[in-house]
Design a protein around this ligand. Structure first.
Ligand SMILES: Nc1ncnc2c1ncn2[C@@H]1O[C@H](COP(=O)(O)OP(=O)(O)O)[C@@H](O)[C@H]1O
Ligand SMILES: O=P(O)(O)OC[C@H](O)CO
Length: 429
């Protein structure tokens, strides 16, 4: 008897890559594999990843998940389609002739563009950081791809040369992965979807097209931008590995994917996801609403070429699970992320210690790139357990703040999910 059709999902996040194989009828996960990604922090505020490592981690996850399927005696040819979801805004420029990246991926939470963003705001009428909000749904901030791309064009000679010679391609992580997996130099498809495009600040969220005026504002050559497609259509076929010839037929920025995954299809339905950052998205239907209170307006999904675009309001928190990684990698007070729960639970309170993990400035609703993290309220009594508790409490405080920003329509349902949720203390807080 033929095996039941399955669907594969690439989830390329800031901290890790995953490949999950689902039964599309029941949404049950059949197998999955996950690989952590190395983050390079070459200077204070800078955060990069190697695009080749990102790609290889995804390929490793696909191959290992397929091995697990084989161990379960399930034919890998049961995987009929693959979807891509990805950390958004992270900016990659590569050479279409060599297939190689021309610079490391600049991560969404990188702060190197603080002065670029400040300069743009100072030149805007009334120094208004929301001068592009009507068109893009976003404030001028270090967060979005356009300023990162501007920085690369200003600072990386190799990229300038490749642009002049017509060899450079720009893309967010979805775009890089789809181009590589559909054949790179030979047959790579250079495309992105509307949800990812809406995080670049070069995309008009009303016309659903790259906007020449926005490109002029940031002085970005339109020739390097990918084609913008819907979130659900066949972009191309896998050209390598065990899943060669399987169509890649879905693409959504990870927070939009989470909204879809939680089936928040009606206006007012919302989800909050805890990964590296923490993102509350609320479905607002087919008309974009511009927030007066520091929320972003973003594309939620467009489920086919001829299907309507659906929008969301978003409360973004840059540092969620990343604070736990910082306790592990920088303070070394835990050796695995899971341990944080034991430490926090052992005290049950921070005893007046507060942790503001503004490592990447503050996002919604402040949009202040100059903010920096702090731990305060320390006494001689404070130990690592209290700091662990305060770190988890900080994620909860930031979430509460996102939930309390007025959204224009009441939230009817809020679903919370992800890795940090495995940590019961964080949910209890
Ligand atoms: N059990 C846990 N308890 C608390 N934090 C965790 C736990 N597991 C992972 N994390 C944190 O969550 C983040 C990873 O979550 P993940 O969903 O893989 O992120 P992303 O999608 O951004 O790659 C890391 O920053 C890590 O420190
Ligand atoms: O890596 P995550 O899952 O925290 O998601 C990152 C966001 O897409 C950044 O906008």
């Amino acid at each position: 008897m033929a095996s039941k059709p399955l669907v594969g999902a690439i989830d390329q996040g800031t901290s890790s890559s995953r490949f999950l194989v689902f039964n599309p009828k029941t949404a049950e996960i059949v197998v999955q594999h996950q690989v952590e990604i190395l983050q390079k922090l070459p200077q204070a505020g800078w955060a990069e990843e190697d695009p080749k490592e990102i790609l290889h981690s995804v390929i490793e996850c696909i191959e290992k998940a397929c091995d697990k399927l084989k161990q379960l005696k399930i034919d890998v040819s049961s995987i009929k389609a693959i979807g891509v979801s990805n950390q958004r805004e992270t900016t990659i420029v590569w050479d279409k002739k060599t297939g190689l990246p021309l610079y490391n991926a600049i991560l969404w939470l990188d702060l190197r563009t603080q002065s670029t963003a400040e300069k743009l705001i100072n030149n805007a009428p009334n120094k208004n950081k929301n001068v592009l909000q009507e068109k893009t749904g976003l404030p001028i901030s270090t967060y979005f791809s356009a300023v990162k791309l501007r920085w690369i064009l200003d600072n990386v000679e190799k990229v300038r040369k490749a642009v002049a010679e017509g060899r450079a391609l720009f893309g967010t992580v979805d775009c890089w992965l789809i181009w590589c997996l559909t054949g790179a130099q030979e047959s790579g498809v250079h495309c992105t979807d509307v949800t990812n495009a809406s995080r670049t600040m070069l995309f008009n969220i009303h016309t659903l097209k790259w906007d020449p005026d926005l490109c002029k504002f940031f002085d970005i050559p339109m020739s390097i931008l990918p084609e913008v497609r819907s979130s659900s259509e066949i972009y191309g076929l896998m050209r390598c590995g065990t899943l060669a010839k399987v169509p890649i037929s879905g693409c959504l920025g990870d927070q939009s994917a989470a909204l879809v995954g939680q089936m928040c299809f009606k206006p007012g339905q919302s989800k909050n996801t805890y990964g590296t950052g923490c993102f509350l998205l609320s479905n607002i239907g087919e008309k974009p609403v511009i927030s007066q209170h520091g929320l972003l307006t973003t594309l939620a999904y467009k489920m086919g070429k001829d299907k309507p675009a659906v929008y969301a309001l978003e409360g973004s928190v840059a540092i969620g699970g990343a604070v736990v990684r910082w306790l592990r990698d920088n303070l070394h007070i835990i050796s695995t992320a899971e341990e944080v729960e034991k430490l926090a639970a052992s005290v049950g309170s921070s005893y007046g210690c507060y942790f503001v993990p503004a490592f990447s400035g503050l996002y919604a609703p402040y949009w202040d790139p100059t903010a920096r993290g702090t731990i305060c309220g320390l006494t001689q009594y404070t130990n690592r357990n209290h700091i662990a508790f305060a770190a988890l409490e900080a994620v909860a405080f930031q979430t509460r703040e996102s939930c309390s920003i007025p959204k224009g329509s009441p939230t009817k349902l809020l679903v919370a999910r992800s890795n940090l949720n495995q940590c019961n203390s964080s949910l209890d807080i």
